[in-house]
Ligand binder design. Structure first.
Ligand code: COA
Length: 257
């Protein structure tokens, strides 16, 4: 896959997408958002791919936000349209992928950058990372899910403070707040993401997809997460992976999913 602003690599069952506009601190312009949509869609459809790592190029930024130069002149309608389309093709889209996506936050994750990291299934960060939602300093609010996903991850009060102050928190503070799961050195960030990915890949990708749907259901309006869990649990019993997983356990061998 050849793109202008992103790089896509595949190594066995592991895929990596790198947002690659380092001179603009990997800011999300329209082209980048479209390319990310195409890449995620292709990797989701690729049956060989079992985990996707998302990171930014360079040692300074994961993504420093939506590209401010592209929307500074927008009207009310255009602003609303920008957010709606972004939710649809990237932020909600990534959250609802059946393939696990790990954000490896390698520097600034601000505004749309933090919102993108929060759309991923979970996050790890390098110790130089800085995270925040600075939109109110620009006279706007987070529009790619930040007002919803930040409180889900860190709690309402902490999210209110972060959004109102437009401030940044360090990687360690983000870990303490539950925003990222692990913090490591810059050099160790991708190796750690790969190590976690390899643990995920030992398990049933069919069951993992069902778990993603069930977990996400608890955060959706009008959907009962417990009901969906029961449904997905039942569906697992009809899968080859369930037969393989249980017979491997009972046969005292490793499963071959
Ligand atoms: N949109 C568009 N361009 C951006 C950008 C964004 N969100 N973030 C950074 N850039 C560009 C800068 O304009 C600059 O471009 P230039 O070299 O052509 O002037 C380049 O990336 C480097 O950024 P710079 O500001 O010079 O780096 P810095 O180290 O001094 O500061 C930040 C780093 C992250 C603190 C600063 O870039 C910043 O505040 N960015 C905006 C963050 C933001 O508000 N995001 C939310 C958007 S909704």
């Amino acid at each position: 896959m050849n793109f202008e602003n992103i790089l896509v690599q595949k190594k066995d069952s592991l895929a990596q997408i790198t947002i690659n506009r380092p001179k603009k601190l990997n800011a999300l312009n329209k082209t980048t958002i479209n390319e990310l949509n195409i890449a995620f869609e292709a990797l989701e459809d690729d049956e060989d791919v079992r985990v996707i790592i998302l990171t930014g190029s360079g040692d300074k930024a994961f993504v420093a936000g939506a590209d401010i130069s592209e929307f500074s002149h927008f009207s009310v309608e255009e602003g609303g349209g920008l957010a709606r389309l972004g939710h649809e093709i990237l932020f909600d889209y990534v959250e609802n992928l059946a393939t696990p996506v790990i954000a490896a936050v390698n520097g600034f994750a601000l505004g749309g950058g933090l919102e993108l990291a929060m759309s991923c299934h979970f996050r790890i960060a390098s110790d130089n990372a800085k995270m925040g939602l600075p939109e109110v300093s620009l006279g706007v609010i987070p529009g790619y899910g930040g007002t919803q996903r930040l409180p889900q991850l860190v709690g309402k009060g902490k999210a209110m403070e972060m959004i109102m102050t437009a401030g940044m928190i360090s990687a360690e503070e983000a870990k303490d707040a539950g925003l990222v799961n692990h913090v490591t050195s810059q050099d160790e960030l991708l190796p750690l993401a790969e190590k976690i990915a390899s643990k995920i890949m030992r398990n049933s990708s069919v069951a993992i997809s069902a778990a993603i749907r069930a977990i996400n259901a608890g955060f959706k309006d009008g959907v009962n997460g417990f009901d969906l869990e029961i449904e997905e649990f039942g569906e697992c019993f009809g899968t080859d992976d369930f037969k393989e997983g249980t017979s491997a356990f009972l046969g005292k061998r490793k499963p071959n999913f």
